[in-house]
Design a protein around this ligand. Structure first.
Ligand code: NAD
Ligand code: TDX
Length: 333
């Protein structure tokens, strides 16, 4: 199979490419990525020389770039990981989110229509459903996005829905919960807190740290996407979750304990605007199809902490740009 992976130099996409090349030695992977601040060829250093792997630098918001990739390559399936993904950045400057997550998705959909691609997976998030105090979101839950990030993702997802209904395009949309694991940019909760503590810096916890997220190991996200690529039904939507719900404060204590530090390292800061209280996914549909998660939370988070301890060559340069300090200042009490 010839796979076009879009946004494969980021966190989830790079872990997925590694998984695919290892599990399916006959598959060929093209990785189309703009290499934004979050795209990093160091994420794929170990497979650079693999004969079945090719990297193309390009922006999906540019129609000509996308058309050229479809025209010049034989592609059986497309998986779209490319997005601007950080909620805090979307609050400070939404423009790139609109361009990539909506217009970029549109350009890819035009490509699969014109070149009659057999399968397209739109990798999306639980955040499009909004926040839920009790119970879980199903695939039928309405979209109620609260941040410019989730609104942009919802826009891309709705274009997918429209293309299924209007043109019968072979699209599957997935909504996953929060992921963690190796190669996650150190701006998201788990890698930011691990690397700050390793550097003996305080960790900026929004509000009282009561907000709840459902946490999925990145390799489980990869297993699920692999499963959906081969067994998922086109035109369908699938939630991908773990059932593991944790308050941010619990996550913070877990990391502090593992790294031998105490709560003196926590700095409670002003809350994120429109901070969603809780996300939780009902994954009955995907489980009925036969998928189940393989990794348990404490072991996988411990493994993640060990990875960041062993790989400061990877994350130290990413923390030196000053951007993290800049946007944290916007939230100070
Ligand atoms: P990431 O920010 O680590 O990586 C995004 C990648 O997309 C980067 O390599 C970047 O260079 C690339 N990209 C951005 N704009 C582009 C453009 N215009 N053209 C081409 N490439 C571009 O993101 P991630 O955490 O790996 O998330 C991947 C996908 O999964 C996203 O669509 C995100 O919404 C979704 N998702 C993420 C999570 C999570 O917890 N991280 C959970 C659910 C869903
Ligand atoms: O410094 C911080 N302090 C803090 O308290 C950061 C970065 C986060 N938080 C809180 C906010 C959230 O309640 O931790 C929780 C997780 O925050 P993020 O890591 O920013 O993730 P979230 O906002 O939940 O969105 C993530 O999950 C779904 C990803 O960034 C999205 O790309 C994905 O779609």
């Amino acid at each position: 199979m010839n796979l076009l992976i879009v946004g494969g130099a980021g966190f989830i996409g790079s872990n997925f490419i590694r998984h695919i090349l290892k599990k399916y030695p006959t598959y060929r992977v093209i990785n189309l990525d703009k290499l934004t601040y979050a795209g990093n060829l160091n994420n794929l250093k170990d497979i650079e020389g693999n004969a079945n792997y090719q990297f193309i630098k390009g922006d999906i918001a540019d129609e000509r770039t996308v058309k050229k990739v479809f025209r010049l390559n034989k592609i059986d399936a497309v998986i779209n990981y490319a997005a601007e993904t950080h909620v805090d950045r979307s609050i400070l400057d939404p423009s790139a989110f609109i361009k990539t997550d909506i217009l970029g998705t549109y350009n890819l959909l035009e490509g699969i229509k014109e070149y009659k691609i057999a399968k397209y997976i739109q990798v999306s998030t639980d955040e499009v459903y909004g926040s839920i105090e009790k119970g879980k979101f199903t695939e039928e839950s309405p979209f109620k996005p609260n941040s410019p990030y989730s609104a942009s993702k919802a826009g891309g997802d709705l274009l997918c829905r429209a293309c299924v209904k209007t043109y019968g395009l072979p699209i599957i949309v997935t909504h996953a919960c929060n992921c963690y694991g190796p190669y996650q940019y150190p701006e998201k909760l788990i890698p930011l807190f691990i690397t700050n503590i390793i550097e003996n810096k305080k960790v900026p916890l929004y509000g009282e740290g009561q907000n709840i997220r459902e946490w999925l190991y990145v390799l489980d996200h990869g297993n699920a996407t692999d499963f959906i690529l081969h067994k998922g039904k086109v035109g369908e939507v699938y939630n991908i979750g773990s059932g593991v719900e944790k308050q941010n404060l619990e996550i913070t204590h877990f990391i502090l304990d593992e790294l031998g530090k105490d709560e003196a390292m926590i700095e409670k800061i002003k809350d994120r605007p429109a901070h969603d209280f809780r996300y939780a996914l009902d994954c009955t549909k995907l489980k009925r199809l036969g998928w189940q998660s393989e990794y348990d939370f404490p072991s996988a988070l411990r493994e993640t902490i060990r990875w960041y301890l062993a790989n400061d060559w990877w994350w130290k340069p990413l923390k030196s740009g000053g951007y993290l300090e800049y946007y944290k200042k916007q939230y100070q009490r």
